[in-house]
Design a protein around this ligand. Structure first.
Ligand SMILES: CC(C)(COP(=O)(O)OP(=O)(O)OC[C@H]1O[C@@H](n2cnc3c(N)ncnc32)[C@H](O)[C@@H]1OP(=O)(O)O)[C@@H](O)C(=O)NCCC(=O)NCCS
Length: 171
């Protein structure tokens, strides 16, 4: 196993040996983020939606990048969340398909929750597809617990609707 989730401490900083860099998204990142969204989701966010998200005070978009040996950086993952009153609401976490199981999602979630704690939030919430075992495991590793179901929340063309599990983490 790459590392022990049991080591997770609320508000802990990314591990010093992490090879990844996390920063906030800017308008220049829109094309690369769109590519990542399309590779990750059946219903990716549109260019316009992402662009609008960048202008909202309550919205934060973190990008996780890997420095390349030849110089430059490669985008590996993204986390989109809102900070409203004392709540972090996680809307979107995605890792580029070819870079999954390298700890990208975990580092993005850690940075997302750390931002919430810094901004004096007291809880984090999210919805996740019932069938999304990878994401559910990721969220559970941070202590999120399932508190409810939104029936038929996800509606995809040509597919039966799917329930959302509502998860909450108290800080
Ligand atoms: C969910 C997702 C973000 C995880 O990203 P990732 O970078 O692969 O995750 P990590 O490598 O940091 O894994 C962290 C933990 O998540 C869980 N996990 C991740 N992928 C998993 C999988 N395929 N099956 C089961 N558990 C998984 C594990 O607990 C893992 O810890 P471990 O590697 O020690 O076992 C990624 O699978 C993804 O982008 N999925 C498509 C988009 C999506 O569904 N996003 C979530 C809904 S908003």
């Amino acid at each position: 196993m790459r590392r022990m989730r049991e080591d997770y401490r609320p508000g802990s900083k990314p591990r010093p040996e992490s090879p990844f860099l996390i920063r906030r998204m800017t308008r220049e990142d829109l094309p690369a983020v769109m590519d990542l969204e399309k590779a990750s989701f059946r219903n990716p966010w549109s260019f316009e939606l992402l662009q609008r998200e960048l202008s909202h005070d309550w919205s934060v978009i973190f990008l996780l990048e890997e420095p390349l040996p030849e110089g430059g950086k490669r985008l590996l993952g993204i986390s989109i969340f809102w900070i409203v009153h004392d709540e972090v609401h996680v809307l979107n976490v995605a890792t580029a398909p070819e870079h999954r199981r390298r700890g990208v999602g975990w580092e993005l979630m850690e940075a997302t929750l750390a931002e919430g704690r810094t901004r004096k939030c007291s809880l984090a919430t999210l919805e996740v597809r019932k069938s999304n075992e990878a994401a559910i495991n990721l969220y559970k590793s941070f202590g999120f617990r399932a508190v409810g179901v939104r029936p038929n929340y996800y509606v995809d063309e040509g597919q039966p609707p799917e329930d959302a599990i509502v998860m909450v983490l108290d800080f």
